[in-house]
Design a protein around this ligand. Structure first.
Ligand code: ADP
Length: 427
């Protein structure tokens, strides 16, 4: 990496030096042309004609040299910008006063808030004392090894990894500095998510496991002397918690398969109206469905979607499960599909239950997120149902979101892209 920074530094300082020299030549040419111009406008005596035409020739040559030099300079600048623009690495050059002289596209992608970085002071873009220190130390001396910095950009946190090298200023006086920067934000976020996930999954698995372990130990020690009713109760608790363990592992495996490179989705044409009607019929067969009646609205215009019917069934089964679990007896559930003006298909599962508080709403599709932890666990929830829903919907090119307010019920809305559902107009 440091070798790359040094090589890039050498190349760029050469290019900057050439551009600086051309700039200076341009300025000299322009000065010469400017000082010759008044002479051309004076009416010279005819006896001086040869000298007069010589001067005109010089000025013409100066003008054409100037144009050629300008063209060459802009070609070189374009070439330099194109080369740096194609680099995946962000490149930054600052002068001795921290003014930015070069910032390629990758750098502008990291700091989109500052549209044109050139000629701005670095302090306006990067608000990190540690990074500014790094810049100062780099400019003053040796190339420094890679370092990571955490920057706060408004509400967001950015993680960047920077390597730097000093480069001579193009006029030969003083020292500038070049940096190659990588945006590590996404990677760090993923690492954090993975860590959180492992911690959450371990916690979720440990709870039923430690209950099972406790009951088994008691049974091993006292099953011969224990009252049969107690033994029965203990065994039933063990059974309940092993089922729970099984459900969590099943959902974890489903998620991991969905996230793998071979999620195994099998797309085929699915007639959506018939599909929703069948979901409603299946739902009515559930043991406690009578206490939560369902209404299905499935107009034929929904057409045919390219979908994996088994996965799509899992989506609605999870949503209907939730509507059943989280609403009191007597609540009403609706499964309704419609075609939007854009041609997209929207299918919503609505209930008129207690709803979800606004602060929880953005999180309910996260793995293991529960609004009421006890309630979810009691009713056999794994906290993974909605993240499975989100994954499957996204794999169908769609979006899913929740609309809810406490006391107003909950709607989980799925929108499938145009052409994936709506029937084409006849003819
Ligand atoms: P769980 O297995 O806990 O049901 P989900 O991922 O399916 O996990 O749902 C996440 C959380 O969202 C649930 O724990 C519950 O608190 C809340 N939730 C989901 N659907 C509803 C609903 N229809 N009404 C109220 N709360 C809901």
């Amino acid at each position: 990496m440091i070798f790359f920074v040094l090589a890039l530094g050498a190349l760029l300082s050469l290019a900057l030096r050439m551009l600086w020299k051309q700039n200076r030549a341009l300025r000299e040419l322009e000065d010469a042309a400017r000082s010759s111009q008044p002479l051309l406008h004076e009416e010279g005596p005819t006896s001086h004609l040869p000298a007069w035409s010589g001067l005109a020739e010089t000025v013409n040559r100066l003008i054409s040299d100037n144009a050629a030099l300008r063209q060459q300079r802009s070609d070189q600048l374009t070439q330099l910008e194109a080369t740096l623009g194609n680099l995946r690495e962000a490149v930054l050059i600052v002068d001795e006063a921290n003014y930015i002289h070069l910032a390629n596209r990758a750098l502008r992608d990291i700091f989109p808030a500052a549209r044109n970085l050139v000629n701005l002071r670095l302090e306006l873009i990067v608000r990190s004392a540690a990074f500014l220190d790094f810049v100062r130390t780099t400019r003053a001396g040796q190339a420094l090894p890679r370092q990571e910095f955490e920057l706060t950009e408004g509400q967001q946190t950015l993680f960047i990894e920077a390597s730097g090298a000093p480069i001579p200023a193009p006029d030969g006086k003083g020292q500038w500095a070049l940096f190659v920067i990588h945006d590590m934000t996404q990677q760090r976020k993923l690492e954090r998510m993975r860590r959180d996930f492992v911690a959450n999954a371990s916690h979720e698995l440990r709870t039923p496991l430690s209950i099972i372990k406790g009951y088994v130990e008691t049974l091993v020690e006292g099953h011969q002397t224990m009252a049969p009713a107690d033994r029965d109760r203990f065994l039933k608790t063990i059974q309940r918690h092993s089922e729970r363990l099984n459900d969590i592992i099943h959902d974890l495996l489903t998620l991991s398969r969905l996230e793998s490179s071979t999620p195994g989705l099998q797309f085929e044409p699915v007639e959506l109206a018939a599909f929703l009607t069948a979901l409603g019929d299946d739902y009515r067969q559930r043991p406690n469905a009578a206490a939560h009646p369902i209404g299905v609205s499935a107009p034929p215009e929904l057409g045919v979607a390219q979908a994996d019917p088994a996965k799509l069934t899992q989506v609605f089964s999870n949503l209907l499960d939730n509507a059943l679990k989280y609403t009191p007896a007597g609540s009403r559930i609706e499964l309704a599909g419609r075609v939007l003006e854009t041609g997209e298909v929207e299918i919503a599962v609505r209930d008129n239950g207690p709803g979800i508080p606004a602060e929880d709403l953005p999180h309910i599709f996260e793995r293991f997120y529960r609004v009421e932890k006890g309630r979810s666990r009691e009713s056999g929830g794994t906290g993974l149902g909605l993240s499975i829903v989100k994954h499957i919907v996204q794999m169908h090119g769609g979006r899913v979101w929740a609309e809810s307010a406490p006391g107003q019920g909950t709607s989980i809305v799925i929108r499938l892209p145009r052409g994936n559902g709506a029937a084409r107009p006849a003819g």
